[in-house]
Design a protein. Structure first.
Length: 176
Protein backbone atom coordinates (compact mmCIF):
# COMPACT_ATOMS: atom_id res chain seq x y z
CA UNK A 1 0.00 0.00 0.00
CA UNK A 2 1.31 3.52 -0.80
CA UNK A 3 0.23 7.00 0.19
CA UNK A 4 0.06 7.93 -3.51
CA UNK A 5 -3.08 9.97 -4.23
CA UNK A 6 -4.89 10.27 -7.59
CA UNK A 7 -3.38 13.79 -7.86
CA UNK A 8 0.11 12.32 -7.33
CA UNK A 9 -0.59 9.71 -10.05
CA UNK A 10 -1.69 12.45 -12.44
CA UNK A 11 1.46 14.51 -11.64
CA UNK A 12 3.68 11.42 -12.25
CA UNK A 13 2.05 10.65 -15.57
CA UNK A 14 2.26 14.29 -16.61
CA UNK A 15 5.99 14.26 -15.77
CA UNK A 16 6.38 11.19 -18.06
CA UNK A 17 4.91 13.14 -20.97
CA UNK A 18 1.40 11.60 -20.86
CA UNK A 19 -1.54 13.92 -21.09
CA UNK A 20 -4.03 13.44 -18.26
CA UNK A 21 -7.71 14.17 -18.81
CA UNK A 22 -10.63 13.94 -16.39
CA UNK A 23 -14.04 12.48 -17.17
CA UNK A 24 -17.08 12.76 -14.93
CA UNK A 25 -19.53 9.87 -15.40
CA UNK A 26 -23.16 9.76 -14.20
CA UNK A 27 -23.70 6.28 -12.71
CA UNK A 28 -27.12 4.69 -12.23
CA UNK A 29 -27.85 2.90 -8.93
CA UNK A 30 -30.99 0.75 -8.99
CA UNK A 31 -32.66 -2.52 -7.99
CA UNK A 32 -31.74 -5.63 -9.98
CA UNK A 33 -34.66 -7.15 -11.89
CA UNK A 34 -34.85 -10.63 -13.47
CA UNK A 35 -34.02 -9.12 -16.87
CA UNK A 36 -30.69 -7.81 -15.52
CA UNK A 37 -29.30 -11.22 -14.50
CA UNK A 38 -27.87 -11.95 -17.93
CA UNK A 39 -25.86 -8.70 -17.72
CA UNK A 40 -24.32 -9.77 -14.39
CA UNK A 41 -22.57 -12.91 -15.64
CA UNK A 42 -19.19 -11.25 -15.06
CA UNK A 43 -19.84 -11.29 -11.29
CA UNK A 44 -19.50 -15.05 -10.77
CA UNK A 45 -20.14 -18.60 -11.93
CA UNK A 46 -23.46 -20.42 -12.45
CA UNK A 47 -24.04 -21.00 -8.71
CA UNK A 48 -23.49 -17.30 -8.01
CA UNK A 49 -25.99 -16.38 -10.74
CA UNK A 50 -28.49 -18.80 -9.22
CA UNK A 51 -27.94 -17.09 -5.85
CA UNK A 52 -28.54 -13.69 -7.48
CA UNK A 53 -31.76 -14.98 -9.06
CA UNK A 54 -32.95 -16.34 -5.69
CA UNK A 55 -32.12 -12.98 -4.10
CA UNK A 56 -34.26 -11.14 -6.69
CA UNK A 57 -37.07 -13.58 -5.92
CA UNK A 58 -36.72 -13.10 -2.13
CA UNK A 59 -36.76 -9.34 -2.74
CA UNK A 60 -40.46 -9.60 -3.67
CA UNK A 61 -41.08 -10.83 -0.09
CA UNK A 62 -38.87 -7.95 1.20
CA UNK A 63 -36.38 -10.42 2.71
CA UNK A 64 -33.56 -9.04 0.59
CA UNK A 65 -32.53 -6.12 -1.61
CA UNK A 66 -30.22 -6.46 -4.60
CA UNK A 67 -28.68 -3.35 -6.15
CA UNK A 68 -26.62 -2.80 -9.26
CA UNK A 69 -24.65 0.15 -10.60
CA UNK A 70 -24.47 0.84 -14.33
CA UNK A 71 -22.25 3.09 -16.42
CA UNK A 72 -23.88 5.60 -18.80
CA UNK A 73 -23.55 3.08 -21.67
CA UNK A 74 -25.81 0.69 -19.63
CA UNK A 75 -22.91 -1.67 -18.83
CA UNK A 76 -23.31 -3.11 -15.32
CA UNK A 77 -20.24 -2.41 -13.19
CA UNK A 78 -21.22 -3.42 -9.64
CA UNK A 79 -23.72 -5.58 -7.79
CA UNK A 80 -24.40 -6.31 -4.13
CA UNK A 81 -27.17 -7.34 -1.79
CA UNK A 82 -28.61 -6.98 1.69
CA UNK A 83 -30.21 -9.89 3.55
CA UNK A 84 -32.66 -8.64 6.19
CA UNK A 85 -33.27 -12.12 7.63
CA UNK A 86 -29.77 -13.46 8.37
CA UNK A 87 -29.02 -11.44 11.53
CA UNK A 88 -32.07 -10.11 13.41
CA UNK A 89 -32.03 -6.31 13.81
CA UNK A 90 -29.34 -5.90 11.10
CA UNK A 91 -28.99 -5.82 7.37
CA UNK A 92 -26.28 -8.22 6.19
CA UNK A 93 -24.35 -6.99 3.14
CA UNK A 94 -23.24 -9.80 0.86
CA UNK A 95 -22.24 -10.74 -2.69
CA UNK A 96 -20.46 -7.38 -3.11
CA UNK A 97 -18.72 -7.28 -6.45
CA UNK A 98 -17.24 -4.57 -8.66
CA UNK A 99 -16.44 -5.49 -12.26
CA UNK A 100 -12.76 -6.01 -13.12
CA UNK A 101 -11.25 -2.81 -14.51
CA UNK A 102 -13.69 -0.68 -12.47
CA UNK A 103 -12.21 -1.54 -9.05
CA UNK A 104 -10.32 0.93 -6.81
CA UNK A 105 -12.21 3.93 -8.24
CA UNK A 106 -14.68 4.38 -5.40
CA UNK A 107 -17.52 2.31 -6.97
CA UNK A 108 -17.53 -0.25 -4.13
CA UNK A 109 -17.86 2.60 -1.61
CA UNK A 110 -20.85 3.99 -3.56
CA UNK A 111 -22.42 0.51 -3.65
CA UNK A 112 -22.01 0.02 0.11
CA UNK A 113 -23.46 3.49 0.83
CA UNK A 114 -26.51 2.63 -1.32
CA UNK A 115 -26.99 -0.70 0.49
CA UNK A 116 -26.64 1.00 3.90
CA UNK A 117 -29.36 3.45 2.78
CA UNK A 118 -31.65 0.47 2.13
CA UNK A 119 -30.97 -0.82 5.65
CA UNK A 120 -31.79 2.60 7.15
CA UNK A 121 -34.93 2.69 5.00
CA UNK A 122 -36.12 -0.43 6.85
CA UNK A 123 -35.69 1.36 10.19
CA UNK A 124 -32.57 -0.67 11.07
CA UNK A 125 -29.44 0.97 12.44
CA UNK A 126 -26.90 -1.83 12.08
CA UNK A 127 -25.11 -3.17 9.00
CA UNK A 128 -23.13 -6.40 9.16
CA UNK A 129 -21.00 -8.35 6.69
CA UNK A 130 -18.46 -11.12 6.61
CA UNK A 131 -15.19 -11.09 4.73
CA UNK A 132 -12.93 -14.04 3.99
CA UNK A 133 -9.89 -14.20 6.28
CA UNK A 134 -7.57 -13.98 3.24
CA UNK A 135 -9.13 -10.88 1.63
CA UNK A 136 -7.24 -8.08 3.45
CA UNK A 137 -7.93 -5.50 0.75
CA UNK A 138 -11.68 -5.85 1.09
CA UNK A 139 -11.39 -5.87 4.89
CA UNK A 140 -9.30 -2.65 4.78
CA UNK A 141 -12.00 -0.99 2.69
CA UNK A 142 -14.73 -2.03 5.15
CA UNK A 143 -12.64 -0.69 8.06
CA UNK A 144 -12.20 2.61 6.23
CA UNK A 145 -15.99 2.77 5.83
CA UNK A 146 -16.49 2.29 9.59
CA UNK A 147 -16.93 -1.48 9.99
CA UNK A 148 -15.32 -3.18 13.00
CA UNK A 149 -14.51 -6.86 13.48
CA UNK A 150 -17.02 -8.66 15.72
CA UNK A 151 -15.89 -12.28 15.42
CA UNK A 152 -14.91 -15.22 13.26
CA UNK A 153 -17.21 -17.79 11.67
CA UNK A 154 -17.18 -20.68 9.25
CA UNK A 155 -19.05 -19.89 6.06
CA UNK A 156 -19.71 -21.76 2.86
CA UNK A 157 -21.65 -21.63 -0.37
CA UNK A 158 -22.38 -23.92 -3.33
CA UNK A 159 -19.88 -23.75 -6.20
CA UNK A 160 -21.37 -26.38 -8.45
CA UNK A 161 -23.65 -29.41 -8.52
CA UNK A 162 -23.10 -31.25 -5.23
CA UNK A 163 -20.01 -29.14 -4.38
CA UNK A 164 -19.62 -26.48 -1.70
CA UNK A 165 -16.81 -24.13 -0.75
CA UNK A 166 -16.07 -23.68 2.97
CA UNK A 167 -14.00 -20.85 4.39
CA UNK A 168 -13.24 -18.90 7.55
CA UNK A 169 -14.61 -15.36 7.62
CA UNK A 170 -14.29 -12.35 9.88
CA UNK A 171 -17.67 -10.89 10.78
CA UNK A 172 -17.84 -7.08 10.84
CA UNK A 173 -20.50 -4.57 11.89
CA UNK A 174 -21.23 -0.85 11.71
CA UNK A 175 -23.76 1.30 13.52
CA UNK A 176 -25.56 3.42 10.92
C1 LIG B 1 -14.01 -5.48 -2.66
C2 LIG B 1 -14.67 -4.65 -3.76
C3 LIG B 1 -16.18 -4.91 -3.76
C4 LIG B 1 -14.42 -3.16 -3.46
O1 LIG B 1 -14.89 -2.38 -4.54
P1 LIG B 1 -13.97 -1.19 -5.13
O2 LIG B 1 -14.78 -0.49 -6.15
O3 LIG B 1 -12.67 -1.73 -5.55
O4 LIG B 1 -13.84 -0.28 -3.81
P2 LIG B 1 -13.42 1.27 -3.72
O5 LIG B 1 -12.79 1.69 -4.98
O6 LIG B 1 -14.58 2.01 -3.18
O7 LIG B 1 -12.35 1.26 -2.58
C5 LIG B 1 -11.27 0.38 -2.69
C6 LIG B 1 -10.02 1.11 -3.04
O8 LIG B 1 -10.13 2.26 -3.84
C7 LIG B 1 -9.64 3.41 -3.12
N1 LIG B 1 -10.55 4.48 -3.47
C8 LIG B 1 -11.75 4.73 -2.97
N2 LIG B 1 -12.28 5.83 -3.54
C9 LIG B 1 -11.36 6.26 -4.47
C10 LIG B 1 -11.32 7.33 -5.41
N3 LIG B 1 -12.33 8.25 -5.50
N4 LIG B 1 -10.24 7.46 -6.22
C11 LIG B 1 -9.23 6.56 -6.12
N5 LIG B 1 -9.22 5.54 -5.25
C12 LIG B 1 -10.26 5.38 -4.43
C13 LIG B 1 -9.72 3.01 -1.68
O9 LIG B 1 -8.83 3.74 -0.89
C14 LIG B 1 -9.33 1.52 -1.80
O10 LIG B 1 -7.95 1.36 -1.98
P3 LIG B 1 -7.21 -0.03 -2.35
O11 LIG B 1 -7.29 -0.18 -3.83
O12 LIG B 1 -5.81 0.15 -1.85
O13 LIG B 1 -7.93 -1.12 -1.64
C15 LIG B 1 -14.09 -4.96 -5.18
O14 LIG B 1 -12.72 -4.64 -5.18
C16 LIG B 1 -14.28 -6.39 -5.63
O15 LIG B 1 -15.28 -6.70 -6.28
N6 LIG B 1 -13.32 -7.27 -5.35
C17 LIG B 1 -13.39 -8.68 -5.76
C18 LIG B 1 -14.49 -9.44 -5.05
C19 LIG B 1 -14.42 -9.27 -3.55
O16 LIG B 1 -13.35 -9.36 -2.94
N7 LIG B 1 -15.61 -9.01 -2.94
C20 LIG B 1 -15.72 -8.78 -1.50
C21 LIG B 1 -16.18 -10.02 -0.81
S1 LIG B 1 -16.37 -9.71 0.93
Amino acid sequence: MTDQTPDDDAADQSARGCSVVSLQLPLTVRDVGPEDLVDLEWSGGPSHLTALAETVQRGYAEETALIMISAPNQVSIAVGGVDFTRRPGSGELWMLSVRGGWQSLGIGSILIAALEERIRGRGLLRATLSVEHDNPRAEALYRRLGYLRTGTELDGWPIGPGRSYATVCFTMAKTL
